[in-house]
Design a protein around this ligand. Structure first.
Ligand code: AMP
Ligand code: MG
Length: 500
């Protein structure tokens, strides 16, 4: 019934160039979006639309219809991707896009292939008992956080549009419905490989691996063992990515294997959040009862997930299984070293070092321990350290981040002594530090306030303000100084919900 109501949008809206739809049929299910009752365009990311080569004027006019799924642009080949995944450690052989529909792919202005996907546009054959819909709150959260990640320079899927559907969705309460349009280098996950492995479909794994190499890692085509090289490359990107998360206090929240992308982008922003006071055990997600995906567990969980990917690739890595296991094991062991190297080099930059000494790790760990004991705000403390690097008079502002400011004296003396052997002027150092220590992160209480205003009052001004402020996270923005502040005790948000 739904397809009868659809008409084609003008040709030029999306220059689709679809490739996933050309893969074998069991990789996906063809599925058109469902209709939304009264779609309204909350936000169109015009800059991104232009970057994707889309017709921005047309999207301003027709965006509500297109991004709700009501108007199918010409050339779209809507489909839901099949995948499996380990969810909180338990394997589910069939997940798939239960509420996401890939419209198609475009080649962006940098020549990079990008997926355009609607999330919350109705049921698919993979919906199981779900309604295929999304609530407004999680849509706004994903919009804000994915764009903030982009501005922070961290690989992530991006937000192209948010539309309210005019229809209620039924969760623990009745909530306004919305559709989120996401752009990704691709939506291929570790769980996509697991889908074929669970079925003993080695041909499927090979077709997927070949596709991934061509799309994301073309330089590996010539490698002696392209599949082993692919495994190494995915591990490298994930090691780099998770290190970047830790550098800014990001907690993904649901690092299931179906939420880890093969391209190395942060994907599936559910109950994600940024940490305020530094505590490695921080968890926000309402469904993470045992802290499996706590802040400091993320590198280890990344490794666990990548080991699951390695298992799926074994038959491609070597026809001799023992040899394949040995080679994959070397890669996964190496991941630990790669992560540590990325983490340490980023942390060195955070404390203002360009040179390397053996004692740096201890210096960094001592600061983190001090921050944990002193309940220092992670973002503010590092940002104030930038100021202190440039101007010794800024010490009181830095130490004021700690519960007992006087506990910082010894560490600051060690730090200054170490800086004396690092060849940068104070001004250069402060400037370099400001480029890696953000002033502004999407603080959880601010996101929550924006969601409440939008959901309860239809007021999107806080959402818009957050997007503006977070688009320049490394700049001091005196006008928006309040956005730098951690939550007051009554504003603290302790739990986030994925809202599925
Ligand atoms: P997530 O944890 O949000 O990444 O989702 C895990 C799985 O549940 C994926 O297969 C999703 O497609 C599916 N899912 C989540 N929410 C819904 C929903 N409202 N309707 C149908 N499927 C859903
Ligand atoms: Mg997911």
């Amino acid at each position: 019934m739904t397809s009868v109501l659809k008409k084609a949008a003008p040709v030029c809206a999306f220059p689709f160039d679809n490739s996933y739809a050309r893969l074998p049929q069991h990789f996906f299910a063809l599925q058109e979006p469902s209709r939304a009752a009264e779609p309204w365009l909350i936000k169109l990311n015009e800059e991104l639309a232009a970057q994707l080569g889309l017709d921005v004027d047309l999207l301003r006019r027709e965006g509500a219809a297109i991004f709700s799924g009501n108007l199918l642009p010409e050339g779209a080949e809507p489909l839901a991707m099949a995948y499996a995944g380990h969810q909180f450690g338990g394997f589910v052989p069939l997940l798939g896009d239960g509420r996401a529909i890939l419209l198609g792919e475009v080649i962006d202005r940098n020549g990079k292939r990008q997926d355009i996907q609607l999330k919350g546009a109705g049921q698919t054959p993979f919906s199981r008992r779900g309604d295929g819909r999304a609530a407004l709150g999680p849509v706004l959260r994903e919009y804000i956080v994915s764009e903030a990640m982009y501005a922070l320079g961290i690989p992530a899927t991006r937000a192209l549009a948010a539309v309210s559907t005019g229809q209620p969705v039924y969760r623990e309460e009745v909530l306004p419905g919305a559709v989120f349009t996401r752009v990704a280098g691709s939506h291929i996950r570790i769980g996509t490989f697991q889908f074929f492995a669970a079925r003993g479909d080695v041909e499927g794994i090979k077709a997927l691996a070949d596709y991934v190499i061509e799309r994301h890692y073309p330089e590996l085509e010539a490698a002696e063992n392209p599949y082993l090289a692919l495994y190494q490359a995915v591990c490298e990107r994930q090691a780099a990515l998770i290190a970047r998360w830790l550098h800014v206090g990001f907690i993904h929240g649901v690092m299931n294997t179906d939420n880890m992308s093969i391209s190395g982008e942060t994907i599936d922003f559910g109950p994600c959040a940024f940490m305020d006071a530094y505590d490695p055990a921080t968890v926000f997600s309402s469904i993470d009862h045992h802290g499996r995906y706590a802040y400091a567990n993320q590198p280890g969980i990344g490794q666990w997930n990548l080991a699951r990917l390695g298992e799926t690739l074994l038959p491609l890595i070597d026809s001799d299984q023992d040899r394949a296991v040995e080679r994959a094991n070397d890669v996964i062991t190496d991941y630990g070293k790669r992560f540590q190297a990325h983490w340490l080099s980023g942390m060195r930059r955070k404390i203002g070092l360009v040179s390397e000494e053996d004692g740096d790790l201890d210096l960094i760990q001592s600061l983190l321990a001090l921050m944990q004991d002193g309940k220092a705000d992670f973002t503010l403390a590092f940002r104030r350290l930038c100021a202190l690097a440039g101007d010794g008079a800024a010490e009181t502002a830095f130490t004021a981040s700690f519960r007992e400011p006087e506990t910082c004296g010894e560490w600051l003396a060690r730090w200054r002594e170490r800086l004396s052997r690092d060849l940068q002027s104070p001004a250069e150092r402060a400037e370099a530090m400001c480029k890696v220590n953000p002033a502004l992160i999407p603080r959880n209480h601010r996101i929550e306030q924006a969601i409440v205003a939008a959901t309860e009052d239809g007021d999107f001004s806080l959402f818009e303000a957050l997007l503006t402020v977070l688009s320049k996270p490394y700049d001091d923005q005196p006008m928006f100084a309040a956005y730098m502040e951690p939550p007051k005790p009554e504003e603290r948000v302790l739990k986030t919900f994925c809202g599925t």
